[in-house]
Design a protein around this ligand. Structure first.
Ligand SMILES: *Cc1c(COP(=O)(O)O)cnc(C)c1O
Length: 361
């Protein structure tokens, strides 16, 4: 069996030991005589899985006791609607910072439900930086301020949270989930689609401060009502059991391999530095993001020629470095180097790039 190095932005590579464990348990989970794919979501086995997943999530993220951790469906995109429906419930106003396509999609969806403005944007320079904001940039009576923490397509990340005064801060952390510590107490809500860094597609995790629950609009679909989901311990209906199980295995893996998100971050910094150092010294390949806002997870880069980009992507794919093509809206290349990408994968990619540069200069 030969596995490729998969630089996909999502669904993305998972730890090999997690895949092996899931494979070993696929016919008979812990003596149940069934796969987790087949068992009742009300069974004792699954109850242990979801409780353990929540426990590990709380432990790794140091989630304060006054926050709920929900395991839901609909992906990150369903939360674009769920957030205004649950939280745009005071003035009916919300302020969004537009740092890329995912923030923009969330912003456009929220406009259906109230008075929504873009408080700042980095669209002027193709989202290659994080706009600086001050607390005065947000409306006094905004129900919340919304950010996308790590911009998967453009490769920027908030290294420091925008100061929002006493306003509720809501963040989409889909593509940097569990890659580094987060002070959850600074947020009203953080959420992440699992298929970037945590599990296969089909699961979204929402961490929400309890006092914000219970004021959803009447029209909020029951499946998007966080209070109802919280009261049902994420079992209002059949949850994505298999994906929650893999999520639990990934959390086990982080804990066993790294011990903490501080250690996970140190590992990710070391790994990303290999690629950024190469890009900074290359005559052919260039990173596209301003250095101070570079993501540890998604690294977009280009050459000066479309032809060379295409040749590089083709030859890299043949050599076993797959999914390096940039997002269809920006072109060029992008290496997504999530938690599960081994350091060796980035070292070998850089060797390959150096060789390609030598041959094509
Ligand atoms: C991938 C992604 C999304 C969309 O996720 P879906 O689960 O496909 O809806 C939203 N936000 C960010 C930051 C992403 O990376």
């Amino acid at each position: 069996m030969s596995r490729v190095y998969n630089f996909s932005a999502g669904p993305s590579t998972l730890p090999e030991s997690v895949l092996q464990k899931a494979g070993a348990e696929i016919m008979d989970y812990h003596g149940s005589g069934q796969s987790v794919m087949e068992m009742s979501h009300r069974s004792k086995w699954f109850d242990d899985i979801i409780k353990e997943a929540e426990k590990l999530m709380r432990e790794l993220y140091k989630v304060p006791d006054n926050y709920k951790v929900l395991f839901l469906q609909g992906g990150a995109s369903a939360q674009f609607s769920a957030i205004p429906l649950n939280f745009m419930n005071g003035s009916g106003k919300a302020d969004y910072i537009i740092t890329g396509q995912w923030a923009k999609k969330a912003f456009q969806e929220a406009q259906k439900y109230g008075d929504v403005v873009a408080a700042a944007s980095s669209a002027d320079k193709t989202f290659t930086y994080i706009p600086k904001t001050k607390p005065e940039d947000f409306r006094d009576d905004a129900d919340y301020v919304y950010i996308c923490m790590n911009n998967t397509i453009y490769g920027t990340v908030y290294k420091e949270l925008p100061p929002v005064g006493d306003k509720v801060l809501i963040a989409d952390v889909s593509s940097c989930a569990l890659s580094e510590p987060l002070d959850i107490s600074k947020f009203g809500v953080v959420y992440f689609g699992a298929q970037k860094n945590v599990a296969p597609a089909g699961l979204v995790v929402v961490i929400v401060r309890e006092d914000l629950l219970g004021n959803a609009r009447d029209i909020c679909p029951v499946m998007m009502n966080y209070k109802i989901q919280a009261d049902a311990d994420s079992l209002y209906n059949t949850p994505p059991c298999w994906t929650i199980y893999i999520c639990k295995l990934v959390l086990d893996w982080i804990k066993e391999e790294f011990g903490s998100l501080e250690a996970m971050k140190a590992h990710n910094e070391k790994k990303a530095a290999i690629l950024y150092n190469f890009l900074d010294n290359s005559k052919m390949f260039h990173g596209t993001v301003v250095p101070e806002d570079r993501s540890l997870m998604n690294v977009p880069f280009v050459t000066d020629s479309e032809e060379l980009n295409a040749k590089f992507i083709k030859e890299a794919t043949e050599a076993g470095f797959v999914n390096l093509k940039g997002h269809r809206t920006v072109g060029g290349m992008r290496a997504s180097i999530y938690n599960a990408m081994p350091i060796e994968g980035v070292e070998k990619l850089v060797e390959f790039m150096a060789e390609f540069e030598k041959e094509n200069m």
